[in-house]
Structure formats: structure tokens, C-alpha cells
Design a protein around this ligand. Sequence first.
Ligand code: SAM
Length: 278
Amino acid sequence: MKKKEKETPQEEGIKAKKSLGQNFLNSDGALDAIIKAGRVTKGDKVLEIGPGKGALTKRLLETGANVVAVEKDDRLIPILEDLFAKEINTKKLTLIHGDVLKFDPSLYGLKAKEYKLIANIPYYITGEITRKFLSGNFQPSLIVVLVQKEVAERITTSTQGSVKIKEGKESILSISVKAYGQPKYIQTVKAGSFFPPPKVDSAILLIDNISKKNFENIFKEQKFFDVVKTGFAHKRKTLSSNLKRFTTKEKLSEFGINQKERAENITLEQWLEIARNT
Ligand code: SAM
């Protein structure tokens, strides 16, 4: 029989709150893979969202990284303070009791491109978190997060640059992430690796080389998303019909886009081309 390695959060007396997306990670293999995907080394600055009971925090600190961790659940704060008293004292860990969606990284020495975001995030705010940290003014250099498997699959679908590498459909989500960085599906994490287990399997997602190089200014960024959202607005319609108010069939064919093409088959480079030229 397999030896039991550690107590689960339930055994330690904290009942997981569904409303806060609490599924505590209980897998050494997954923790190793997260640290490896984030290339976490001594001296790195890391932002962790939702440290929970500290499973990932512990691993991050073991690498010698400096960690800023934001936790919303007040019940978990004394547990974390107790567990990491030494690291808090030596300022290796800064523990913040608060909501990550209201959190300003620059107030805690996390400057754009100079820190990594590494977390087992609460799934109910996956969209808000990715939007905030990809399009905000304080982008991390890379992101490693656990997300629902299906979300990771949708984000990492099909294209690399303008070249299709395998079949798969693009979505507003996948194009939005690719506009800022390079997403990579690292590995599946089975529901049973968490306590309590979520309804679906999860996956470790890396978003590497994050930047705003595709957007010269705010206006271009807004225009890009306006075009992408309009292009995806009516799923059954062709792209040229969805994009009537922005461009013509002739113009689209100049970008190598067939009259009958649908939004899901358009690459990031083609979307950028359309947004820049309409
Ligand atoms: N990191 C821990 C682990 O891997 O076991 C816990 C991960 S659990 C999926 C998500 C954590 O995010 C919980 O501890 C939860 O309380 C916290 N959380 C939920 N909403 C939050 C918010 N808006 N801001 C900060 N933390 C939040």
C-alpha cells in the first residue's frame, strides 16, 4: 500500500470553501512540474495568488526565491504566518491578506517584467486574473498557473506564429493570450491530485515571454480586441460577414484570408494584420 505522505487540509481542520475556489494541491509531482516550468531559481521574485495552506509557497521558498503571496481567506492567514514565521521575519516571504483582483504588484516591489506569477489559482476568477496580469501595466515575465484542463487546451490550440501546427480551433481566449505571450501546455493534473477534488481535471499552463510588443499604444490594443470580438461574434457566419464594419472581402484576401473562412481558423498574425490595417 502507498505510504501516506502528509495530512490533507481537511484533516488539519480547515473546511475548503467552494466559494473561494479552494482545491488544495496534494501532489509532489505536480508541484515539481510547476517549479520546473517556471524555471524558478534563487533570487527570483515570485507572486503567488492564493497560497492556501502553503504547499506551493513552501516549494517556491525552497528554491531561494523571494515570494509575495496574496490570500483572501482570513482563516488561512494565521496558519501561513505560523508555518512561515522564519521566512516572513527574514522578508523572504511577504504575506498579504487581500483580494488579488484589487492588488497592485508595484506597491510590493514587483516591477513589470521583473517577477514571475506562479500559482494554483482559484478557477472562478481565471479570466479576471489572466486579463489583469497580461494586459495590465505590470506584466510578469512569465506565468505558470493551474487551470481547468479544457481551458489550457483551448488556449494552447493549433498555431505557432502564423503556421498551423495541428488541428484545433482558436477562440477569443486563445488569441487574447497569444497576443501577449507564448502559451504552452505543460502537463495534465488529475482531479484526484487535489483536496477536495474538483469536478474536472486540471493542467499546468505556462505563458512565456510575456510582452506588449504587438501593441504600440493603448489605442491599438483596444482596436485589436474590438476586431477579435467582432470577428467571433456570430459563430456560424464567415469572418468577412462578421467584420463588415471594419473591412472588405478584398482586403481580407490581401491578408491571405479566404472569403469563406471562419474566425476560429484565423492566426494571431492575421488578426494583428487586420487590426493594424482597418
Ligand atoms: N495554493 C494552494 C494550493 O495549491 O494548495 C491553494 C490553491 S486554491 C485552488 C486557491 C486559493 O486562492 C485558496 O487559498 C483561496 O482562498 C484563494 N483565493 C480565492 N479567491 C482569491 C482572491 N480573490 N484573492 C486572493 N486569493 C484568493
